[in-house]
Ligand binder design. Structure first.
Ligand code: AMP
Ligand code: GLY
Length: 412
């Protein structure tokens, strides 16, 4: 099977590595990819947001499957264009990707499907926002309706700040605050059936102890030793399958990975958000544990015919990833700084480095090119040993001004 992966981050490097391990994958391409994906695939510098350009590349490379990493190409209609051209795509059409692209649409689907989520109001005027905030009381949760690259959500006790965010956005979703730990669960879907991956936890805030601004994610681990038994089946029954069924009923079948961001509240599991793609950096740890060959799985989703009773195989033990972020991430990350120490990091037993925001400069040196620069992954028989491997490897990385959290996967 010939495969093209779209995207450029640590998630795409993890996808490329997992596909490279699959003996049925005979050719692997990435677009645009990064210096890490170039180690296992051929990179192509195209604009992944241009559906016509993606179709042309996929046809020229004669690929059997296109795997879309980030949400932006999905929302831009890349999945639609590929399927119209008769190409297999892992990733939903534009219509189904609205489950991530519009928070109001996600709420509408959840209501229709009876999926447990925070009570919410969609507000378009300041007076509507005022009324909704009064109804829910603090802490206030105000979400920009559209895609906002992780910056659209404000959670605050300050009513003034909540109103200011509502005013700054055209349309917001204001909802009740959900307490309790967060879990990310990914399900592979073929439009009709869905198979869960193992749950993971992400660390969204920039600094230790959950301080600082929200980020795309500063680290992740799997499995979750504290998760209640039966959690995955419960989420499949109450969240994933009803959502997949509702989208199919609306004739916008969901093909790709449905990412359920969940809160385990004192009143039960609630959906915080859906994403139409693999989570980043959770994917890096989930795929580290996956033993079933990935290419065949994603192709079964894209073509239909995913066996509903499919049992995936997992390597025992745990994986932890620590994000090495650029100076001033997330506000205004520094770029172009030389990265060194990767050979030493990769030499740490049970650890390796994924490239997220890296590039080669004119001199051929590896430099930072994004906010989240590297994802250092460690594995081991349990979370503590995986964590130790990840941090030992992270300590070998040299990048001026970089920072990483020191409490990723630190369990009580
Ligand atoms: P989202 O973009 O919807 O994932 O929100 C980003 C982050 O904001 C989530 O990971 C949560 O930490 C937080 N958040 C979002 N919605 C809520 C909510 N209703 N209650 C508490 N925290 C929330
Ligand atoms: N790690 C959070 C996300 O991918 O949205």
């Amino acid at each position: 099977m010939r495969v093209l992966v779209l995207g450029t981050g640590g998630r795409e490097h993890a996808l490329a590595r997992a596909l490279h391990r699959d003996p049925s994958v005979t050719a692997l391409h990435c677009a645009p990819g990064n210096p890490g994906t170039a180690e296992v695939a051929v990179n192509h510098a195209i604009d992944m947001l241009n559906p016509t350009g993606v179709v042309e590349l996929a046809q020229r490379l004669a690929v059997d499957l296109v795997v879309v990493g980030p949400e932006a190409p999905l929302v831009a209609g890349v999945g639609d264009a590929l399927r119209e051209a008769g190409l297999a795509c892992f990733g939903p059409d534009k219509a189904a990707a609205r489950i991530e692209g519009s928070k109001a649409f996600a709420k509408e689907i959840m209501e229709a499907a009876g999926v447990p989520t925070a009570r919410a109001h969609v507000c378009e005027t300041l007076s509507q926002a005022e009324a909704a905030l009064a109804e829910f009381s603090a802490p206030y949760v105000v979400k920009d309706d559209g895609l906002a690259a992780g910056k659209g959500v404000v959670v605050t006790n300050d009513l003034g700040e909540a109103l200011k965010h509502a005013e700054a956005c055209d349309r917001v979703v204001i909802e009740e605050y959900l307490d309790g730990p967060e879990v990310s669960l990914f399900a592979l879907c073929d439009g009709q059936d869905a198979v869960p991956l193992v749950p993971a936890q992400d660390f969204k805030r920039a600094y230790d102890g959950g301080a600082g601004p929200n980020t795309g994610g500063m680290g992740a681990y799997t499995p979750l030793p504290w998760a209640p038994p039966g959690l995955v089946e419960e989420v499949m029954d109450t969240v994933v399958r009803p959502t997949v069924n509702e989208l199919r009923r609306r004739e916008t079948p969901y093909v790709g990975v449905l990412y359920a961001g969940l809160a385990l509240t004192s009143r039960g599991v609630r959906v915080i958000e859906f994403n139409a793609r693999f989570g980043d950096p959770e994917t890096q740890v989930v795929l580290d544990r996956l033993a079933t060959p990935l290419g065949g799985l994603l192709q079964a989703c894209a073509l239909g015919g995913l066996p509903a009773d499919l049992e995936l195989a997992w390597r025992p033990g745990a994986a932890v990833t620590v994000v090495v972020a650029a100076e001033n991430y997330p506000a205004s990350p520094a770029k172009g700084d030389v990265i060194s120490g990767l050979d030493a990091a990769n030499a740490v037993p049970d650890a390796y480095v994924l490239h997220a925001g890296t590039a080669l400069n004119a001199e051929g040196e590896l430099v930072s090119a994004g906010g989240r620069v590297l994802n250092v992954v460690g594995s081991g028989p349990d979370v503590a040993s995986a964590r130790a491997a990840a941090y030992e490897a992270a300590s070998k990385v040299e990048l001026r001004g970089s920072h990483h959290r020191s409490d990723i996967a630190l369990l009580d």
